[in-house]
Design a binder for this molecule. Structure first.
Ligand SMILES: [Zn+2]
Length: 329
């Protein structure tokens, strides 16, 4: 199940996982027809772009995402299906790259990003961020030449909540990769800032999130752990509070982790049974600015106002963000 391509093995030896993954994607899109079909279907994807003050949010019509968007993720449905991330259930043509003897870099045959990977743990274990956050930082650094890494919580976007995984895709594909600094300048409230750490609470009127920026890995981890503890208390959660993360790494500045703060998994329109129904299930990529609609009719009628409503509905409210910022400072 691991690729034995000589170039990939050489790149992995040099710790160049970003180019190794890129090569894997090129090879797999030739040798694995399911990936080839998924990749080609991106040519038919359509986009609409909504301009907000200081940032963009796009709508993407992507029929290939139907299964994922409408996936049943309740414990009963999960226990009744075969886990599609476990190595023994992967298609025979699917090859991966072993990372740190723990994760497997796999190509995602139902892409949103032009090059889209699933980074699965080699063992079947629950999706959980608190003790794997370090892995996300390492993966995002080692893939950073080409890719950004994301995480979807088990109750707010992960379509395999029972099998630990991250995803990776092209840098700057999600508008937030580009728009972040402007958003932070315009809407950010400083929680803590010194030369090696910048910790902000941000309400850009549509989204509520926390950002942690640092070149010091330990500092980021400590800051995240502190955030996690206080946020879990605030949300009165014994399980993982609802979060989606984006980890973006640049050699010169280090990590930038964005933590989207969720109140709800899916908006009311998702469950609506009349003409208001919209199949939209926001997770990290959607909230990062590429909101996926697998049904053309939903894409055709989506407006900037509706996107705003849908996003506002799935995020925590202003007061919660304010209390969080106070407790964190
Ligand atoms: Zn599994």
């Amino acid at each position: 199940m691991f690729s034995e391509d000589k170039l990939i093995l050489k790149l992995v030896d040099e710790n160049n996982f970003s180019d190794a993954a890129k090569r894997l994607f090129e090879l797999q899109s030739e040798e694995w027809s399911m990936l080839n079909t998924g990749f080609k279907s991106l040519e038919t994807v359509r986009l609409k772009s909504f301009q907000f003050e200081g940032y963009k949010i796009k709508a993407q019509f992507n029929a290939g995402r139907m299964t994922s968007t409408s996936a049943k993720v309740d414990p009963k449905s999960i226990s009744e299906r075969k886990c599609f991330l476990c190595a023994e259930n992967l298609p025979i043509e699917q090859k991966g790259i072993l990372y740190n003897n723990e994760y497997i870099i796999l190509c995602n045959p139902f892409p949103i990003f032009p090059t889209h990977f699933t980074l699965t743990h080699k063992e079947h274990q629950p999706q959980r961020i608190i003790d794997t956050f370090l892995d996300m930082l390492d993966l995002s650094k080692d893939l950073s030449k080409h890719y950004t890494v994301i995480y979807n919580g088990p109750r707010c976007g992960a379509s395999a909540p029972d099998h630990l995984h991250f995803q990776a895709g092209n840098k700057f594909f999600m508008p937030i990769d580009d728009d972040f600094h402007q958003i932070k300048n315009e809407y950010g409230k400083k929680i803590f800032e010194e030369n090696v750490l910048s910790f902000y609470a941000i309400d850009d009127t549509v989204r509520k999130f926390i950002s942690i920026e640092s070149i010091d890995k330990k500092l980021i981890i400590n800051t995240f752990n502190r955030f996690y503890k206080i946020y879990s208390e605030l949300m009165n959660e014994e399980q993982e509070p609802m979060l989606n993360l984006v980890s973006f790494y640049e050699e010169e500045y280090g990590w930038r982790v964005i933590i989207f703060l969720r109140a709800k998994h899916r908006p009311a329109v998702f469950f609506s049974e009349d003409e208001n129904k919209m199949l939209v299930s926001p997770a990290a990529i959607d909230l990062g600015g590429v909101c996926v609609f697998p049904r053309q009719e939903d894409f055709n009628r989506i407006t900037k106002e509706q996107v705003t409503e849908i996003f506002k509905e799935v995020f925590i409210d202003e007061n919660k963000l304010k209390s969080l910022a106070v407790k964190l400072s």
